[in-house]
Ligand binder design. Structure first.
Ligand SMILES: [Zn+2]
Length: 439
C-alpha cells in the first residue's frame, strides 16, 4: 500500500462546499430510512410536527429534538432488549457494544457488517493521520470486549498492515515487557494508563533509549490536550502524544488529532457535528463552547440522529495546517456535563484541576476531588487530594501555592490535601476523579 500524507485524500481535502453537499445527501438518506423503519424516530419526528421530507439539509436538523442517553435507556426498558431504533433486521447484526456507564442500564449499540467496515476505515484514517504506518507494532492498551475502542483500533491496525499486540487495558508489568520486546512502536490507551505505565518504567529503571516507542494516541477520557498532561506523557514515554475521542453510542475512535496537534479532527463525511448552547438549545457560533450533538450520516444498524453527548467542546471549520478541511475541536473535550462540580456557586470540571496539579514538577500525576459534608456548618467541602513525589517536601508551602493556583483557575478555593506518593489508586482504564462522600 503506498499512500501519501492522507489515508482518504479525496475526502480529507474535500472543498467545504462539496462536503456540505455530501452531508446533505447522506442526511436525507438517513432521515428517510429512520422514518420508514424505526418506530422510535417516527414517533419523535411526528411529535415535533415533522415529516421526513422536512429535513433536507444539515441546517434543518436544528428543528429536530435531541436524543439523550436516558431516552435510549427508557426506550430499551419499554421495548426490550434493543428498543425500536435499530434500522436493519437482526440477521444483519454482527457486534453488540453497550455503553460503559457507571450508573443505570447500559445503552446498546449494534454494528452491522457495513458498520464494522466503515468503523475500520474511519479508525484507519485517524491512525494514519497521527502517523501510524504499515509495519508499526501496535500495543493496543484499550480495553477489548464490550468496550468499543479495543475492537475498532484492532481492526484498523490490521487494515493498515501493522502487527498488533492485543494486550488490552491491564497488566502494567506485561505492558512494559512488550514495550521492550518485541518493542512496540505505537501505544494506544487512556491517558491515565499512559502516565501509570510511564511511572512504572521509571520504577523498573527502564531507560527511554531502550524503547522503540515513537508515538501514542490516548482516549477514553480527556486530558491529552491539557498542556501539562501531554508534556508528562511525552516526556515519560519519550514519544509524541495525540488525543483520541469516541463514545459508544456514536462510534469508537472517530476523531483524533493529526500531527499538527491542532485539535480533534472530525470525520464530517460520516458525522454531523453540532455544538449546542444547553440553555437556549441554539447552535453556538464557531469557537464558542457548548455541548456536542452528533448525527450519524452513514451508520446502518443503530443510527443516532442528534445524539446529546453531554461533552463540552468548541468547533472550528477553518482549514488545518495539515491540509485537511474537516472541522476540528481545538483543545479536545473541555468537560463532561456529568462531571461538573458546583462548589460555593462556582462551576468547574476535573480537567481544570488536572491542568493545575500536573503543572507542578513536585507532584505526581494522580489526583482526586473529594466531596464531603461538614456536619457542623452543613456545607459541602471540596478537597483536592494529590501526591508529592518527595516525602521531605515543604507541604505547607506547597499547599498554599496550590490553593492560590487552583483559585485562579476555578474561581473558588478548594481545600487541598497532599499525600505521600503512591497512596492514590492507579487505573488501567478510566480514572475516577470525583469521589462523592456526601450522604
Ligand atoms: Zn490537521
Amino acid at each position: 500500500m503506498s499512500r501519501g500524507k492522507f489515508y482518504h485524500p479525496e475526502v480529507e481535502k474535500i472543498r467545504r462546499k462539496d462536503l456540505k453537499d455530501l452531508q446533505n445527501e447522506r442526511l436525507r438518506w438517513q432521515i428517510r430510512r429512520c422514518f420508514a423503519k424505526a418506530e422510535f424516530y417516527r414517533e419523535k419526528f411526528k411529535k415535533a410536527g415533522l415529516k421526513a421530507n422536512h429535513i433536507k439539509t444539515v441546517d434543518d436538523l436544528i428543528h429536530l429534538p435531541v436524543v439523550t442517553k436516558q431516552e435510549l435507556r427508557d426506550e430499551q426498558i419499554k421495548h426490550p432488549p434493543f428498543g425500536r431504533y435499530t434500522v436493519v433486521p437482526a440477521t444483519e447484526w454482527r457486534e453488540l457494544h453497550p455503553s460503559t456507564g457507571t450508573t443505570g442500564v447500559p445503552v446498546n449499540t449494534i454494528w452491522s457488517e457495513k458498520d464494522e467496515e466503515m468503523i475500520t476505515e474511519i479508525t484507519a484514517r485517524t491512525m494514519w493521520s497521527f502517523g501510524v504506518r504499515p509495519g508499526d507494532v501496535i500495543q493496543n492498551g484499550f480495553s477489548y470486549g464490550l468496550w468499543v475502542a479495543g475492537m475498532s483500533t484492532h481492526y484498523a491496525a490490521k487494515r493498515l498492515g501493522c502487527f498488533v499486540i492485543p494486550i488490552g487495558a491491564s497488566m502494567t508489568g506485561r505492558q512494559i515487557d512488550y514495550l521492550l520486546n518485541p518493542g512496540s512502536t505505537v501505544l494506544l490507551c487512556t491517558p491515565s494508563f499512559a502516565l501509570h505505565i510511564a511511572e512504572n518504567l521509571k520504577e523498573r529503571g527502564v531507560a527511554l533509549q531502550q524503547l522503540k516507542l515513537r508515538l501514542g494516541c490516548f482516549g477514553g477520557e480527556g486530558g491529552t490536550e491539557t498542556v501539562a498532561t501531554r508534556r508528562k506523557i511525552e516526556e515519560g514515554l519519550g514519544i509524541s502524544a495525540y488525543d483520541y475521542y469516541g463514545l459508544a453510542e456514536i462510534g469508537p475512535t472517530f476523531a483524533s488529532e493529526c500531527t499538527a496537534k491542532a485539535g480533534l479532527h472530525w470525520a464530517e463525511d460520516h458525522y454531523v457535528i453540532e455544538v449546542i448552547n444547553p440553555e437556549t438549545m441554539e447552535r453556538c457560533a464557531e469557537g464558542e463552547m457548548g455541548v456536542l450533538v452528533i448525527t450519524h450520516l452513514t451508520r446502518e444498524a443503530t443510527p443516532m440522529i442528534r445524539y446529546w453527548t453531554n461533552d463540552y467542546a468548541r468547533y472550528d471549520s477553518s482549514r488545518c495546517s495539515c491540509g485537511r478541511t474537516h472541522g476540528r475541536s481545538v483543545g479536545g473535550i473541555l468537560g463532561r456535563a456529568d462531571d461538573m462540580i458546583i462548589y460555593r456557586g462556582a462551576k468547574f470540571y476535573p480537567v481544570q484541576v488536572e491542568k493545575v496539579v500536573r503543572s507542578y514538577r513536585e507532584m505526581g500525576d494522580e489526583f482526586v476531588i473529594e466531596l464531603t459534608r461538614d456536619e457542623k456548618s452543613l456545607t459541602d467541602v471540596c478537597t483536592v487530594v494529590c501526591e508529592c513525589l518527595n516525602a521531605d517536601e515543604d507541604r505547607d508551602g506547597l499547599t498554599r501555592r496550590l490553593k492560590k493556583d487552583l483559585r485562579e483557575e476555578l474561581l473558588v478555593t478548594p481545600e487541598v490535601r497532599i499525600e505521600n506518593f503512591g497512596l492514590l489508586e492507579r487505573t488501567t482504564f478510566k480514572a475516577k476523579r470525583i469521589v462523592d462522600k456526601r450522604k
